[in-house]
Design a protein around this ligand. Structure first.
Ligand SMILES: O=C(O)c1ccccc1NCC(=O)[C@H](O)[C@H](O)COP(=O)(O)O
Length: 263
């Protein structure tokens, strides 16, 4: 079977090296956004009146192909925020997810809730980019990085004031949790087979140390599942496709949250 993560990270190395040639790190550090104080997703997940959902803007994916190629990032994300999302997740990978750093910047310009840069981070430069475009949180995927790389990149992001969401899928990856990985995401989707099992979150939850915020990721499409996961101890719920596949993702989010509030 094709290893999509290996393919994505190999492509990422080439793409990032090209961007770095055009725009050296120093230029990123000189942008006005770079001096902005990031928002804390951990705090927003606990904020009364917000529902714990990290609502994702995702145009396409390797497993699903095109999900929504007409949605407007500002319309969708402001509707997510207006209806109680605790945070936004914006895909910035262009080649495999049809996203862009422009999407994130457009979302940043009109939202005052935390934004996760959803991408495949393999080096410091992408973390500087994240800060320069107005992200508050970066994603590190345990499957793509060694324990030492995670430790180093998490500390680098933390020193810039960014929070780190470390994504795991198996129990052995929990060994890669490092001091500055503020939130632990359990991905219900196996990124090798694309199979989704929402009970994966439940299985690993008890092994995550209490001090970390816990986020269930992928495959959630029912408000009742959120209630079950919340009661089990999850603080956050990363949901993309269920909203984005609707003709009007904002309206789908609103109806989901109304049902959630009634449970
Ligand atoms: O979704 C994919 O096909 C995929 C392939 C390779 C790496 C990552 C991939 N997805 C990222 C995610 O897991 C999701 O975007 C995120 O957790 C939201 O999931 P969903 O609600 O199922 O869209």
């Amino acid at each position: 079977m094709k290893n999509i993560l290996a393919e994505i990270t190999a492509h990422k190395a080439v793409e990032v090296a090209e961007r770095q040639k055009v725009r050296p790190a120093q230029e990123l550090e000189n942008t006005s956004m770079f001096s902005r104080t990031p928002l804390s997703l951990r705090s927003f997940l606990k904020q009364p009146g917000r529902n714990g959902i990290i609502a994702e803007f995702k145009r396409q994916s390797p497993s699903k192909g095109i999900i929504n190629d007409t949605a407007d990032v500002q319309d969708v994300t402001t509707t997510y925020a207006r209806h109680g999302a605790s945070g936004l997740s914006i895909l910035t990978d262009q080649n495999y997810f049809g996203g862009s750093m422009d999407d994130l910047q457009m979302a940043r310009a009109v939202n005052i809730i935390p934004i996760l840069r959803k991408d495949f981070v393999i080096g410091e430069y992408q973390i500087l980019e994240a800060k320069a475009i107005g992200a508050d949180v970066i994603l590190l995927i345990a499957e793509c990085l060694t324990k030492e790389e995670i430790k180093h990149l998490a500390e680098f992001a933390h020193n810039l004031g960014l929070e780190v969401l470390l994504e795991v899928h198996t129990a052995d990856q929990l060994d890669k949790i490092s001091p500055h990985t503020h939130l632990i995401g359990i991905n219900n989707r196996d990124l090798k087979t694309f199979q989704v099992d929402i009970y994966r979150s439940m299985e690993l939850l008890k092994q995550i140390p209490a001090e970390y915020s816990k986020v269930a990721e992928s495959g959630m499409d029912d408000p009742a599942t959120i209630v079950t996961l919340r009661n089990a101890g999850f603080d956050g719920f990363l949901i993309g496709e269920h909203f984005m596949k609707a003709e009007n993702p904002g309206a789908a989010f609103e109806s989901f949250t109304q049902k959630l509030a009634s449970l």
